[in-house]
Design a protein. Structure first.
Length: 317
């Protein structure tokens, strides 16, 4: 298989390993292959996430972007101080990422992870998440991207000072999917900010006959509205139902005999005390998935959890 693999582990690392740290630190370390995220580990298979490239990557730093390249894949990460203007900081970070990715001949973004400082702070359009969404939308508009080209993405909050964005880029575009049971994020009404959240619900990548589905942060949203407000059990069940519906839609879109098999979940919890309830529900719904639970704020103040991750896709390609 020529795809990057992911695991939650404390095993020894190799020259092909990227380490994502969940220890509340969020700052550039000038060490490509080490990404401090600002999020806090709660429970799960291991306290770090490890990415394993199919071959040892070349590494470098360009324009304050730390990058690793093992063609056709590139992993890029950058940290940016908002300096009171998160929209401008996001725009600057995305510009750098796309310039460096193009220089590496991996110009197609396949999956973004965005971890923001104090994501729910600010009033109305000044809320940090809405300002982040505006900056990202401005970046995609500069690139002349249409909504059908937006990749899968997640946006979570931490209590550190920097915005960190890391992303998987490829030499070929992915195939993007929406959940027919939800309003596409880029079609949300104006109440969600001056720049619509610009991401797909999932992105499928392919290489040498293998396929993987990266799905975006998924929460207790029906249509475009948050549901089960204040009810962690209800929000968990709706979130898991949204994932099932997305996976079934992808299977149907790919054709007869294709099966989406969930493999790897990151489960973000606003309140650590909700861990037992959420873990019981997730384990019952997806018992064979490798899981990690992290303390993080969710993009809407009323949402208590979010799940992202990836799936294998079996059947004839």
């Amino acid at each position: 298989m020529n795809l990057i693999t992911h695991s939650y582990t404390s095993d020894p690392i190799s020259d092909s390993t990227v380490r994502l740290q969940f220890d509340s630190c969020c700052k550039a370390c000038n060490e490509p292959g080490l990404i401090p995220t600002g999020l806090q580990y709660l429970a799960g298979s291991g306290s770090e996430e490890h990415w394993q490239f199919p071959a040892p990557p070349t590494k470098g730093i360009s324009e304050d972007v730390e990058w690793l390249l093992s063609h056709p894949w590139a992993l890029l990460a950058t940290w940016q101080s908002p300096n009171g203007d998160l929209a401008a900081a996001t725009l600057a970070a995305y510009r750098r990422l796309y310039r460096v990715a193009a220089d590496l001949n991996c110009g197609y973004a396949l999956r973004f992870w965005n971890y923001l400082p104090n994501i729910n702070c600010g009033d109305d359009d000044g809320e940090n998440y809405k300002q982040f969404s505006l900056g990202r939308k401005l970046a995609f508009d500069e690139l002349a991207m249409n909504s059908g080209e937006y990749p899968a993405a997640s946006a979570l909050g931490h209590q550190q000072e920097a915005l960190v964005v890391y992303a998987l880029f490829g030499a070929e575009p992915g195939r993007h999917f929406e959940n027919p049971e939800q309003v596409s994020a880029y079609c949300y009404p104006r109440q969600y900010g001056p720049g619509s959240p610009s991401f797909a619900r999932a992105t499928l990548i392919s290489e040498a006959g293998s396929q993987r589905l990266y799905f975006s942060g998924t929460a207790s949203v029906v249509g475009h509205e948050s549901v089960c407000v204040g009810d962690i059990l209800g929000q968990t069940r709706v979130t898991l139902d949204n994932l099932r519906k997305l996976f079934r839609h992808v299977e149907s879109s790919l054709g007869s005999g294709r099966r989406v098999e969930a493999q790897n979940f990151k489960i973000y919890l606003r309140r650590p005390e909700d861990l037992p309830v959420v873990a019981e529900q997730v384990d019952a719904a997806f018992p064979d998935v490798d899981k990690i639970f992290l303390k993080a704020d969710i993009c809407r103040a009323e949402l208590l959890l979010e799940i992202d991750g990836y799936c294998g896709v079996s059947g004839v390609v």
